[in-house]
Design a protein around this ligand. Structure first.
Ligand code: FE2
Length: 343
C-alpha cells in the first residue's frame, strides 16, 4: 500500500505541486536559461506574486537588485551541475515588495550531466535579521561595559600611583598610533588599547613606599616591582577577552634578547602586541617625569629605542615609532589626532 502511494505521487505532477506547496520555504525551479518553470505557494506569499504571473518569466522580470545583469549574479557562477550556492539577498520584487531572504540555489543536471536548470529555495530571513540585530546590540553593550571596566581598573591604579597618572593613557595613545601604522585591523587595535590602558595593573600589589620612592631602590624592592606583570596576568587570566590582553601585559617587560622579565622570553616568543606595548611604555616613561628623576624628553626616549633596536626592541616597531614622532608629529598631549581615529 505504502509502495503504490509513493509510486502514484512520483507520477502525478499535481501531487508534486501539493507536496512542494506544503514546504514553508519559497521554491522555484528554472531551466538553464533561468526561465521559471515552477513555483510553490510559499514563494508566491514571500514575493507577493501569484504563480500565474511567475511561470515563464525570468528572475530579472520578477526581481530587481544590484546583482541583476552583473558579473556578480550567483547564477552565472555555477561551474557544474550538483553544486550549491547560499547567499543573503534582499531584492526588490517588481510589485514593490522586498524582504531579506537567504537564497539556496542548486544546479541540477540534464540527461547529459550538464546544467539542466536550477532549484532555488528562499527562506525569509526577517527573523534571523532581528536576532542578528539584537545580538549586535548586545555585543555593543558588552563591548561598552568591557571598556568601562578597563577604564575603572585604569583609574584605580592611577589613583594609587599619582606619579604615573596619565602614563597608561599616553602609552595607549602611542600603541594605537603604532598599530594603526602597522596595518592592524580596528578590532585588533581595540585589544591592544585595552591591554595598554591597564598594563600596570599589577602595580596594585606594590607598596606605595616602593612605588613612589624618590631615591634608588634596593634589589629586594626591584624584585617586588618586577612581579607586576605576573600579578596583572593572575588578575586577568580568567577573563574571556576576545584579545590576548592578559598575555600581552604579562610580556610587556620582556626584551627580544631574553634580558627582560619575568620569563626571559625571546624574539617571536613575545607577542607583537607586547613588543609594541614595550616600546610605547619605554618611550613614555623616559620622556616623562618620574619620582626618582626629572623628565628626559622624547629625544632621549628615541635615542634609547634606536640604540637598542633589534637587540631589546623590535626593529620594525622602533622604525614606526621613530617616524611617528620625528616625521608625523605625534605627541602625547594633542587630544585629537585625526589620522588615527576609527576608520
Ligand atoms: Fe610595567
Amino acid at each position: 500500500m505504502e509502495k503504490s502511494l509513493n509510486s502514484n505521487m512520483a507520477q502525478s505532477p499535481l501531487d508534486w505541486q501539493r507536496i512542494l506547496d506544503a514546504v514553508s520555504d519559497g521554491m522555484i525551479i528554472t531551466d538553464r536559461d533561468f526561465k521559471i518553470l515552477f513555483c510553490n505557494r510559499a514563494f508566491s506569499v514571500l514575493s507577493g506574486i501569484e504563480s500565474a504571473n511567475l511561470i515563464g518569466k525570468k528572475c530579472h522580470d520578477v526581481f530587481s537588485s544590484e546583482l541583476c545583469f552583473s558579473a556578480d549574479c550567483p547564477l552565472t557562477q555555477f561551474p557544474a551541475a550538483g553544486q550549491q550556492l547560499v547567499f543573503d539577498h534582499e531584492p526588490h520584487c517588481k510589485n514593490g515588495k522586498h524582504a531579506p531572504w537567504i537564497v539556496t540555489i542548486t544546479a541540477f543536471p540534464d540527461a547529459n550531466g550538464s546544467i539542466g536548470g536550477y532549484v532555488e529555495k528562499f527562506t525569509d530571513a526577517s527573523a534571523f535579521r532581528r536576532v542578528r540585530q539584537a545580538l549586535n546590540r548586545s555585543h555593543d553593550r558588552l563591548r561598552k561595559n568591557m571598556g568601562a571596566i578597563i577604564q575603572a581598573m585604569s583609574t584605580t591604579i592611577e589613583k594609587r600611583d599619582p606619579y604615573t597618572a596619565g602614563h597608561q593613557r599616553r602609552v595607549t595613545k602611542l600603541c594605537r598610533a603604532i598599530a594603526t601604522q602597522m596595518g592592524f585591523t580596528w578590532e585588533r587595535i581595540q585589544g591592544l588599547r585595552m591591554a595598554a590602558a591597564i598594563h600596570d595593573l599589577g602595580k596594585i600589589n606594590i607598596p606605595s613606599a616602593i612605588l613612589n620612592k624618590p631615591g634608588p631602590i634596593s634589589e629586594h624592592e626591584l624584585a617586588i616591582i618586577q612581579m607586576h606583570p605576573r600579578t596583572a596576568y593572575e588578575i586577568l587570566k580568567d577573563i574571556q577577552f576576545p584579545w590576548p590582553i592578559a598575555e600581552t601585559i604579562y610580556q610587556h617587560h620582556e626584551r627580544l634578547d631574553g634580558s627582560g622579565y619575568p620569563r626571559q622570553l625571546k624574539g617571536d616568543q613575545i607577542l607583537l602586541e607586547a613588543r609594541i606595548l614595550a616600546i610605547a611604555d619605554v618611550v613614555e616613561s623616559i620622556a616623562s617625569f618620574r619620582p626618582y628623576r626629572p623628565e628626559l624628553g622624547l629625544k632621549a626616549a628615541l635615542a634609547e629605542i634606536e640604540s637598542n633596536k633589534g637587540v631589546l626592541y623590535d626593529s620594525s616597531v622602533v622604525d614606526i615609532c621613530t617616524s611617528l614622532i620625528n616625521r608625523s608629529g605625534f605627541d602625547f598631549e594633542t587630544k585629537v589626532w585625526r589620522q588615527y581615529q576609527r576608520p
